[in-house]
Design a protein. Structure first.
Length: 180
């Protein structure tokens, strides 16, 4: 097992612009590097489509929908079940026992509350925040540059480093995880 870890390619390349970064990702694919082996690190928000990468999977929409359903259920309980739990229900004039205008407000607000809280929690957990593990990083990325981290066992490190230098990388070096 130690032998396979030592032969693993572990490289980080820094690019000054988005276009050469996208070109480098295409060329790395042509060299046999899978998308799973590449990570793009940037101080600027970059979508997968901008780099020609497949979309990432996220559970945030499903969790948000679950929170909305939970919030709607809580609102339905408060609007339709809770009034009947009192031993002596309060009837106000000729209004229905469960009046619709305030019920709509209650259902909407609790649905949105459930969705917003669950979305916040899902994004928080999905982004592994806070992250105390050592990460592969170079300080230039904070200055607006783009980095590609390649962690792959089935490609040669020298071949990848030479290709990245030819594609316009400002720096290419072995990636070492460091505490941020």
């Amino acid at each position: 097992m130690a032998e396979s870890e030592s032969k693993s390619t572990n490289v980080i390349a820094v690019f000054g612009d988005l276009e050469p970064t996208a070109t480098a990702i295409e060329q790395l694919r042509a060299l046999g590097v899978d998308d799973v082996c590449m990570s793009v690190v940037s101080g600027v928000p970059v979508t997968e489509a901008m780099l020609g990468r497949p979309p990432q999977h996220s559970n945030v929409p499903r969790v948000a929908m679950g929170g909305a359903i939970l919030g709607f259920s809580a609102g339905s309980f408060l609007a339709f079940v809770a009034p009947f739990m009192y031993p002596y229900p309060i009837q106000v004039s000729t209004q229905a026992f469960v009046p619709w205008p305030p019920t709509f407000v209650l259902l909407f607000e609790l649905t949105m509350l459930g969705m917003l809280l669950s979305t916040f929690l899902a994004v928080f957990l999905d982004s592994f925040f806070p992250n105390y593990r050592p990460m592969k990083y170079v300080p230039e990325i904070s200055d607006g540059k783009y980095g590609i981290v390649i962690e792959c066992a089935h490609v040669e490190e020298k071949k990848i480093m030479d290709a990245l230098k030819k594609l316009g990388a400002e720096s290419v070096k072995s990636a070492e995880a460091q505490q941020l």
